[in-house]
Design a protein around this ligand. Structure first.
Ligand SMILES: Nc1ncnc2c1ncn2[C@@H]1O[C@H](COP(=O)(O)OP(=O)(O)OP(=O)(O)O)[C@@H](O)[C@H]1O
Ligand SMILES: Nc1ncnc2c1ncn2[C@@H]1O[C@H](COP(=O)(O)OP(=O)(O)OP(=O)(O)O)[C@@H](O)[C@H]1O
Ligand SMILES: [Mg+2]
Ligand SMILES: [Mg+2]
Lengths: 156, 165, 165, 156
């Protein structure tokens, strides 16, 4: 229904505008209905302006900036309609340490509302796990589970 | 409701039965390249009814069955079980614990189960309707797909918003 | 021949003139997200004649000119210079050093230069023909494009092989 | 011409088969003409089998395995027709430490024939640089060059 979409859209938009500023330490972003007259059919545009930079097309953003913007939007949609369970497979791949930290903090804010499964190679991301499993292939081609000590030698 | 564990047997690189217990908060999975982490994500999508082999990085569903290795013969069946705690009855079945199972045989035969009773894909979809559990575009972010929302066309993006609405 | 340096001024996030000296072997570039590393790659592609704004992550070529920032006004021209050592005369011009320049003005006017003489894109292409310098699909691997060869169709892949042949 | 393509193709193929084994510590890979009758037009298929695993479609490979296979093929094409200059922007993003090491060693084998520009966030990759430049934005939106000390604090 028209109203339900409008309500959800506005909610997601408010979250996104706030979450972007949190993840970027400033700047601004928005999601816009391409045609407000045609709210039931029109597409959705994304605008994003990192702090201190000019507003330009999102295509010109860097790899890490795009990841952070996408994460902000994903988490905004998530907070409006929390799925009990969310999976993120190496979403931190393009992030530098500073951005990885901000990402970690945002995940921890959402932990109360959902369970998260986070796959990562990053030692910074590993630290936010409430539990940590390793997967290895002792026998080639055969996956098994191992427990991982963060302080020990078997952090892969 | 919350997710208790996933059990994988014969699916992709898991010829032996392996389970992963989930608790509240964040569960982190680590390991070297090619060890099976993303295969775990595929198992989750698959047991919840993923119909597209391509979306599981395969060409046909048979690709989901363990194909063998240097030291192992291929499996004849792939099975994944997903176990939920349903004490709060947010899933509309009168059980404290609900297990969703999917099996696929080399022959091509496949079946779904809910608490060991044969079920159809439709029953699984109905069970999770409006719970947010599932393989919608925003609760599973596959490897390399994090900026999917930015790369989509405005219309594709809208579909994701509609799902959330 | 070998590459001596690239000078960037007014191109993308480089309003001030910045140069990078290259030597033999490996030159590593590091820095935080969004600081301009991939823009340096774009500058290299652009000065060698890249015609597609999309392949430089923009929508039109005007996107290549510094658009301003919180503390700076937009530039009116973008310029990139690429300087080669040509002591071995592998480039068919009788100079020890060859500089290729590309400029783009806000007005849309643009020009190429070879050692400060106005040149056409065709002259640049001819200069580097059969030297392997350029923006072919295998000597520049853009961010996120490393498995491009695996994702291409067999026919697209063939085009890259033909370029190498 | 037919012969020239056949020669180049065979050269690239030989390099690829060897380089894959080097990068994976075993296994095997190949590139195949889809239609050997139609050598001037047909497409090229890639086969890859990591050590101890079954030969399957490359789509089933992991992110890191795909990167390593692509790097092997890229470097094989490169060694047949060395461009004096090659640029790699964050090609190591999906690699774990062990694979990153093998990648580093391969790059160093190619250093004699070409100049390389390598953009990276990985401290393992940084180590192979003959020189290291940092790019920063002291003033937001304005890129400048800085020199970087690998032992010091300004490794970004
Ligand atoms: N049906 C199958 N039978 C046996 N092995 C399979 C099957 N399907 C996939 N595999 C293997 O699983 C491996 C890929 O696993 P996966 O994608 O989970 O790795 P990963 O841990 O995510 O690695 P990365 O860190 O590189 O992303 C591949 O080596 C592939 O050969
Ligand atoms: N014409 C322009 N004027 C001003 N700034 C621009 C222009 N074009 C691009 N930029 C800015 O350059 C930045 C992107 O830089 P770049 O892609 O080089 O980052 P990067 O160092 O590669 O980062 P990452 O590590 O995340 O890949 C963006 O913030 C974008 O706003
Ligand atoms: Mg993976
Ligand atoms: Mg970049």
């Amino acid at each position: 229904s028209r109203e339900r979409f409008q309500t959800t859209f506005t909610q997601i938009r408010d979250h996104f505008r706030a979450l972007f500023r949190k993840l970027f330490g400033g700047g601004r972003a928005d999601i816009v209905l391409e045609d407000p007259e045609d709210i039931l059919e029109c597409g959705i545009e994304i605008l994003a302006q990192p702090p201190g930079k000019e507003l330009q097309s999102i295509s010109l953003m860097s790899g890490g900036e795009k990841s952070m913007t996408a994460i902000a939007l994903l988490m905004s949609i998530f907070s409006c309609r929390p799925a009990p369970f969310a999976i993120m497979d190496e979403v931190d791949a393009a992030l530098d340490e500073a951005n990885n930290d901000r990402f970690n903090r945002i995940v921890q804010e959402f932990v109360a509302m959902s369970q998260f499964l986070v796959i990562t190679h990053s030692k910074w991301t590993m630290g936010i796990g409430d539990r940590l499993y390793g997967i290895t292939m002792q026998e080639p081609g055969v996956s098994t589970r191992v427990s991982v000590e963060l302080t020990g030698a078997n952090v892969a | 409701m919350f997710l208790k564990r996933i059990t994988i047997c014969g699916f992709k690189s898991f010829p032996d039965k392996v389970d992963f217990e989930f608790g509240p908060g964040v569960t982190c999975i680590v390991g070297p390249n090619g060890c099976g982490k993303s295969n775990l994500v595929d198992a989750f999508k698959w047991v919840l009814g993923e119909q597209s082999a391509r979306s599981l990085r395969g060409h046909q569903m048979g690709d989901m069955i363990f194909a063998g290795s240097a030291t192992r013969r291929a499996s004849s069946v792939a099975q994944v079980d997903l176990v939920f705690d349903n004490a709060d009855r947010s899933l509309s079945l009168d059980f404290d614990e609900i297990t969703v199972t999917r099996k696929l045989y080399r022959s091509g035969e496949s079946e779904y189960q809910i608490n060991q009773d044969v079920a159809r894909l439709r029953d699984i979809k109905e069970l999770f309707m409006d719970t947010g559990v599932g393989i919608d575009a925003y609760s599973v972010v596959e490897q390399g797909r994090v900026d999917g929302l930015l790369q989509s066309s405005p219309t594709e993006r809208r579909l994701i918003f509609e799902e959330a609405a």
